[in-house]
Design a protein around this ligand. Structure first.
Ligand SMILES: [Zn+2]
Length: 307
């Protein structure tokens, strides 16, 4: 059962950096198991994220209703009572604690990600901590704290740049230009559409403030609607809250021809091609213009999940 959401502001925790801190503790002779060290560091950061969210929420609530007049006058956010100030409406929104790079985090901690049984076991412990803390904060502050599976449109790249500068290139952790979106299966992982849904559906239930599961399908699937229906039904049976099929759609800006293509239009030979992709939740224009180098590389390294 989902709580619903209307995110006021997010704070995202870059988990691979915390995993490196835990690893250093072990290397420095700490006898506590690495998982326990990590969960303790993570817990501290979740509490810090909560404090940051409260500070931001107070700042937002201190704004005049005139700063978003349309919103309050037209009940875009329900519950506004002028005599109580804008807090009366904003308190219904969600304050969200996000996460980046579960797959890389698990690689650092235990040498495998959540596509393995061992990795999934630890993944569930991590997500349980997020969920439990948000439930506690919600009760304590009477505000809607929630767990957010951050798409990290920019952070995937900026966090990786800082990570590499500090720790260098580590295989399956920092040998690319981006960290993996939230708890997603890494995009380069060869896996079937059903296995991807099986894995991610074990974790989506922990996120009360937004998540997406998508699968990469070849553009030829438009000729096989039954296959599409089977995949969608499978995802719905696994209780995926937000499911998307990613299909490459390119358009020639010269003649209007649409299909999957490289840099040359098969109809007119033009090179003015727009590459439409679902990079995160939304369909945007050409991903090569709308996203940074990290998400561009992520998009290019995605493997298809049906053949
Ligand atoms: Zn053309």
């Amino acid at each position: 059962m989902k709580d619903g959401r209307g995110n006021i502001c997010p704070v995202t925790i870059i988990m691979p950096t915390l995993a490196m801190l835990a690893k250093q503790d072990v290397e420095n002779g700490c006898q506590t198991p690495i998982e326990e060290i990590f969960l303790k560091i993570l817990d501290k950061k979740i509490h810090e994220a909560k404090e940051m969210l409260l500070e931001r929420f107070e700042h937002i609530c201190s704004q005049s209703p005139e700063s978003a007049k349309f919103m309050y006058e037209n009940h875009t956010m329900l519950g506004y009572h002028p005599e109580e100030g804008i807090r009366s409406a904003l308190k219904h929104g969600t304050l969200v604690i996000g996460q980046l790079g579960l797959a890389e985090t698990l690689q650092i901690l235990i040498g495998c990600d959540h596509t393995t049984e061992k990795g999934m076991e630890l993944a569930i412990k991590i997500e349980t901590l997020f969920k439990r803390r948000c439930a506690e904060f919600k009760k304590e502050y009477s505000l809607n704290f929630g767990v957010y599976y951050t798409p990290a449109e920019n952070l995937c790249y900026t966090a990786m740049k800082k990570f590499k500068a500090k720790y260098g290139e580590i295989p399956n952790v920092s040998d690319r230009e981006y960290f993996t979106n939230s708890m997603h299966v890494p995009v380069w992982h060869e896996i079937s559409v059903f296995d991807k849904i099986d894995i991610e559906s074990q974790l989506t239930g922990y996120s009360s403030a937004g998540c997406i599961t998508y699968v990469e399908v070849p553009s030829g699937v438009k000729n096989n609607i039954d296959a599409l229906e089977t995949i969608v039904n499978y995802a719905m049976d696994k209780d995926i809250p937000y499911f998307a099929l990613n299909i490459k759609l390119d358009m020639c800006q010269d003649c209007g021809y649409q299909d999957e293509m490289n840099d040359t239009c098969p109809q007119c030979g033009g090179h003015n091609i727009q590459h439409l992709r679902r990079v995160t939740g939304y369909l945007t224009g050409s991903y090569k213009e709308a996203f940074n180098l990290g998400k561009q590389q992520e998009t290019e390294q995605r493997v298809e999940h049906i053949h």
